[in-house]
Design a protein around this ligand. Structure first.
Ligand SMILES: *[C@@H]1O[C@H](CO)[C@@H](O)[C@H](O)[C@H]1NC(C)=O
Ligand SMILES: *[C@@H]1O[C@H](CO)[C@@H](O)[C@H](O)[C@H]1NC(C)=O
Ligand SMILES: *[C@@H]1O[C@H](CO)[C@@H](O)[C@H](O)[C@H]1NC(C)=O
Ligand SMILES: *[C@@H]1O[C@H](CO)[C@@H](O)[C@H](O)[C@H]1NC(C)=O
Ligand SMILES: *[C@@H]1O[C@H](CO)[C@@H](O)[C@H](O)[C@H]1NC(C)=O
Ligand SMILES: *[C@@H]1O[C@H](CO)[C@@H](O)[C@H](O)[C@H]1NC(C)=O
Ligand SMILES: *[C@@H]1O[C@H](CO)[C@@H](O)[C@H](O)[C@H]1NC(C)=O
Length: 379
């Protein structure tokens, strides 16, 4: 089927950086971000369909996190955090002493760092061995009365150890002991950085899809995320198209250097502060005011992007969603703008799951220029 699929802003978000609690500006490191479908033999169209399907599931989970009250665990009757699992990018790291190398989902939408631990009562398949705490010299279970245990939204206690439970919005979950460990960032054969006393979830009751990885690394704004625990003054990531051979990268501390970064068009990077949604304080909300296409400001009421009093609405930047997802009225304005700016027959591609597609190739007398998208964040 011949159609040009237009992806709204796919994987072009250049950098993400944030201020943090305490500045540690002299340290830093960089990691390679591996796309979940890297190294597979899918066609471009299949890669796209898979990314769209993952994004749809992710958006549904994120929306349920905002709309639904937190899940109530039937056993402890505790209200627990609801976010989304699954992701688009993986990082290499190792846990314990000696280090056990594995790959985990990098997730800006949640905060916990966790991996599956042996002996596992219920575990998902993973490509590397489960982490065996008895084989590590640096494992320390956290006591129930520790401040890190208190920063969980619903801690419980088992044999004086702090027990966590996380339910992600897509039926995935993890539960186990919260513990301190030494983590090593980077792949086994690359430059590595060690960090001691990182609190993590040693999951022995887990469910869900880990995208052929062995855990998750939360990069959210909560106290237990890797970002909060390492306390760099900033982090950034640069995502290349996953059809490109250039790897995507994640930068911490001094390596997250906005001033030395250019956008893909060569213009200097601009920045906008994150905003806090009290209902979802772990997520990176942005204040979006307007969208333009080429030189044309689209007719969109800025209120459609606002965070509502009940915590619904708002705009987030999220490592686990590869296509930009807009509120319906805003989406329709963008779609109408594109259909009128692109001199091709518009198509609804239900196979791939996108309805802003165009017939391809164009007739020989037609030249197609896709107008630039811009988003505005200032009043
Ligand atoms: C590290 O190992 C991986 C897989 O074994 C390989 O693909 C990669 O090229 C190696 N990197 C370096 C820097 O040697
Ligand atoms: C865990 O690490 C934190 C931060 O370094 C430290 O304050 C705490 O004492 C550690 N707890 C244990 C049980 O090792
Ligand atoms: C999972 O990843 C391993 C390497 O980490 C690879 O050999 C294997 O083919 C992958 N399996 C699936 C189902 O993608
Ligand atoms: C950050 O960028 C600035 C401006 O390009 C440069 O002067 C500085 O050396 C860079 N720092 C690092 C650590 O790359
Ligand atoms: C940024 O763009 C300017 C002008 O195009 C160029 O001179 C500079 O080398 C670029 N810097 C980086 C880090 O790509
Ligand atoms: C595209 O098709 C789907 C499924 O039939 C439908 O729900 C949707 O409204 C259509 N979109 C447009 C813009 O026609
Ligand atoms: C291209 O050619 C077709 C048929 O020759 C004609 O109907 C159409 O108007 C032309 N389009 C443009 C943009 O010139």
């Amino acid at each position: 089927m011949a159609s040009l699929v237009l992806l709204l802003l796919i994987l072009l978000v250049p950098t993400l950086s944030l201020p943090a609690a305490h500045c540690n500006d002299n340290v830093g490191f960089q990691l390679k971000l591996t796309h979940v479908d890297a190294g597979t033999s899918y066609t471009k169209l299949q890669l796209l369909s898979r990314a769209i399907a993952r994004s749809k599931a992710r958006v549904a989970a994120l929306q349920s996190a905002a709309v639904l009250p937190p899940v109530v665990d039937p056993i402890t009757a505790a209200r627990v955090l609801v976010t989304a699992s699954s992701g688009e990018y993986l990082v290499d790291l190792a846990i314990g002493t000696p280090p056990l190398y594995y790959t985990a989902i990098m997730d800006t939408g949640s905060d916990l760092i966790w991996t599956q631990c042996a002996p596992c009562l219920l575990c998902a398949d993973q490509p590397t061995p489960y982490f065996d705490v008895k084989k590590s010299a640096t494992y320390r279970a956290l006591p129930c009365r520790s401040s890190r245990c208190a920063s969980l939204s619903s801690p419980s206690c088992f044999k004086k150890m702090c027990v966590y439970q996380y339910y992600y919005g897509d039926t995935a979950s993890t539960a186990g002991v919260l513990a301190n460990e030494t983590f090593t960032f980077g792949a086994a054969n690359s430059t590595k950085v060690r960090a001691t006393n990182i609190a993590f979830g040693c999951g022995s009751l887990n469910a869900g899809d880990l995208a052929n990885s062995s855990g998750m690394v939360g990069f959210g704004r909560g106290p237990l995320s890797l970002v909060s625990q390492l306390g760099p003054s900033r982090f950034s990531y640069c995502l290349t198209s996953y059809l490109s051979a250039t790897p995507s990268r994640l930068y911490f501390g001094v390596y997250a250097n906005l001033s030395s970064t250019n956008t893909s068009s060569g213009s200097p990077v601009q920045s906008t502060p994150f905003v806090i949604n009290p209902a979802l304080p772990n997520m990176y909300f942005l204040s979006l005011k307007a969208i333009s296409l080429g030189t044309k400001l689209l007719p969109i009421d800025p209120l459609v992007f606002a965070i509502n009093d009940d915590g619904t609405g708002g705009v987030i930047i999220d490592s686990g969603t590869s296509i930009t997802w807009l509120q319906q009225d805003a989406y329709e304005a963008v779609r109408r703008g594109l259909v009128s700016a692109i001199p091709l027959t518009a198509m609804n591609d239900t196979d791939i799951g996108l309805d802003t597609c165009f017939q391809w190739p164009p007739p020989p007398n037609v030249t197609v220029t896709v107008p630039d998208f811009r988003t505005g964040h200032k009043n």
